[in-house]
Write a protein that binds this ligand. Structure first.
Ligand code: GLY
Length: 356
């Protein structure tokens, strides 16, 4: 068992997870579990000790995917929890990927002006990013994460054993956030990432630990993203545009696939605008292109991606703002990127990915 900071724990087995759950259940008046249909069917059937801790009417199973990150779903969950007698000393346990931890965290932050929540991430993406750092959100219309709060969980308990049920594509998607963390921290972290996604459990667990330690240190220095936490948006400005536009494609991109493409754009822009060494950028460009698969991007061109970036909530006035890299471990925040440079970088990346 590894303890990181005050409220992050990496456990080695399901028994330690159950022990932690029992500890928090004993401390709270009412407890409810929020999870999704996939988890409920594929994972909890193998882990009856976890499912069995909760009363049947205290388990809330939402549909998998972004569709559940909505105000409507929030309202339904709040009403159900009120019916169960939730008060300000109650606890919500979020067991799932980023959708469940974002949604359940948001519900916890608004119900009764805030109840406690415990995050148990089950995907690599949620373990190294979504469940850590207190960000919660739901979507509004087609725009992601437009309504949200900062609400720290009482604890994040990570059991890497969940990943044996995770499809390879989802595992790789989470690995994109690990690559981002490696680029932002540099040093031994980036060396470890350069070996690719580990295929054995021990190396995977240590990769998770590196990533989580790094993210926790960034969040601790700037919990409300006033300044240095913005570095965690590396790859996300263009990444969000790729992700949103891919929704109309035959195979919508996973978040991490879009972030990998966003990192490619950020590397190109970093060479042009932040003096990033071009051989370093080429190395990581090849790494991203060989380690990630990008589903086809039918009927979408670089112009559309640039237009979508301009809607990004992190823009100030009319110019696109990016996190770029000066070197490994040296991010540049709030870099203004002229539209022409952005267009060229996006077009190059789309050619590299799909020959478009
Ligand atoms: N996912 C970026 C952050 O937590 O700040």
């Amino acid at each position: 068992m590894v303890s990181i900071g005050e409220n992050l724990l990496i456990v080695n087995d399901a028994a330690a997870l159950v022990w932690r759950l029992r500890h928090y259940m004993a401390e709270h008046s009412e407890v409810a579990l929020i999870t999704d249909e996939n988890l409920n069917r594929q994972v909890l059937t193998h882990l009856p000790t976890i499912a069995g801790l909760f009363p049947l009417d205290g388990v809330f199973v939402v549909k998998p995917g972004e569709v559940s990150k909505s105000i409507t779903q929030t309202e339904q969950l709040c009403l159900s929890l009120m019916k169960r007698g939730f008060d300000r000393h109650s606890l919500i346990v979020n067991l799932g990927g980023g959708v469940v931890t974002d949604l359940g965290g948001f519900v916890a932050s608004v119900l009764k002006r805030g109840v406690a929540h415990l995050n148990i991430p089950t995907t690599l993406m949620a373990m190294v990013d979504a469940s850590v750092g207190g960000k919660t959100a739901v979507n509004l219309g087609h725009a992601k994460n437009q309504v949200g709060t900062f609400h720290e969980p009482v604890e994040v308990v990570i059991w890497p054993g969940f990943l044996k049920w995770l499809p390879e594509r989802e595992l790789l998607s989470g690995f994109a956030e690990c690559v981002k963390h490696g680029l932002l921290q540099g040093g031994n972290h980036i060396k470890m990432i350069s070996k690719g996604l580990p295929d054995d459990q021990n190396r995977l667990a240590s990769l998770i630990e590196w990533s989580v330690r790094f993210k926790a240190s960034v969040v601790c220095a700037d919990p409300f993203e006033k300044d240095s936490r913005k570095m965690l948006n590396l790859g996300h400005t263009a990444g969000h545009a790729f992700e949103a536009l891919s929704m109309s494609c035959t195979t919508p991109w996973l978040h991490g696939e879009a972030i990998a493409a966003g990192l490619l754009v950020a590397l190109q822009l970093s060479v042009r605008l932040a003096h990033l060494d071009s051989s370093f950028a080429s190395y990581w460009e090849k790494f991203l292109l060989t380690n990630f698969n990008f589903p086809p991007f039918e009927g979408i061109d670089a112009d559309q991606v640039v237009r979508m970036v301009s809607f990004d909530k992190k823009n100030v006035g009319r110019s696109a703002r990016f996190v770029l890299l000066k070197g490994p471990g040296v991010p540049v925040l709030d870099q203004a990127v002229p539209d022409d440079d952005l267009f060229n970088a996006v077009r190059n990346v789309m050619r590299l990915i799909h020959g478009l």
